[in-house]
Write a protein that binds this ligand. Sequence first.
Ligand SMILES: Nc1ncnc2c1ncn2[C@@H]1O[C@H](COP(=O)(O)OP(=O)(O)O)[C@@H](O)[C@H]1O
Ligand code: SF4
Ligand SMILES: [Mg+2]
Length: 351
Amino acid sequence: MTAPLLEVRHLRVEFPTRHGTLLALDDISFDIAPGEVLGVVGESGAGKSLTGAAIIGLLEPPGRIAGGEILLEGRRIDNLPPDQMRRVRGRQIGAIFQDPLTSLNPLYTVGRQLVETITTHLGLSAKQARARAIELLAATGIPAPEARVDQYPHQFSGGMRQRVVIALALAADPKLIVADEPTTALDVSIQAQIIALLKRVCREQGAAVMLVTHDMGVIAETCDRVAVMYAGRVAEIGPVHEVIHRPGHPYTVGLMGSIPSMDEDRERLVQIDGAMPRLNAIPPGCAFHPRCPKAFDLCHVRRPELMPAPATTAACWLHASEVNEASTSMVGPAGGGDHHGARAAMQGDVA
Ligand SMILES: Nc1ncnc2c1ncn2[C@@H]1O[C@H](COP(=O)(O)OP(=O)(O)O)[C@@H](O)[C@H]1O
Ligand code: SF4
Ligand SMILES: [Mg+2]
């Protein structure tokens, strides 16, 4: 096993409010290996963007890290002074947001912005930096990069602008790219191109990616592993193929139902009944229990931590050995030791 590039350990993020403290991220832990693409999915409000913002040191006050730690190549980065964190962000972590305009300065040519990043972080001469800027624009598929390098952001279309942002995020040769819904603001017809581009250039440069998206199709095609978030926690994490085909968490099962099916003309959208709870009304026990077709007594009172599921790691009591043992004795000798049999017996046939 390679040592992790990024380690997020028991991360807590809170917002103080007049009515008390809102816990927005509650004990988030995951790793990203060098060069790996980790997808992060979940409904709106699950905490995906906050997780990305905490990693890149751009949580907006009054939001703050209230516990846990974030390590990049074994070094803590969650408690660095702002100027040091800015250097980490420029040099070691690149960021790509939904709207390319938030990353670009409208007053400067794209070349100037690229050159500035390259000279600041890589110590190249202005001439070398310009050559590298043109190279990056070419690598991100911008036609006539020698001419485009001297244009301003408004002279690029939305899709071309996001290509420039990808070039900018990669300019200092970072180890990690945090991309938060990088194609949501773009025309549907070019979304797939941009994702494919992001994946290709990150692979070429050896950069790992944390890709936040609500698009399961993108996850399926792009990621090595995927983390599913629900109500500020990781509900499930595992290799992408396993999470999609053998999900261990009922919430993931529901999310997978919302992948548009390739075999059918229409999009097959399976709705999960109900809505994700607000931060000030997270139910006790498993936060998903009011919506879960498989909830049982324990789910209402005790919160499941991540535990080994058959193919993934899932925060769901269905995979606790004690629960399976209890249910095994419940169903009698016929269930004897067969976890799947015990689970099926316990839950009934909810397909
Ligand atoms: N500035 C803020 N003040 C209070 N709550 C916030 C703030 N920013 C985000 N939140 C809350 O934190 C939760 C997670 O937000 P976010 O990470 O943006 O979700 P996602 O990206 O998964 O849609 C949401 O419930 C949101 O309401
Ligand atoms: S712990 Fe219980 S309520 Fe939560 S997902 Fe698993 S079965 Fe459903
Ligand atoms: Mg978001």
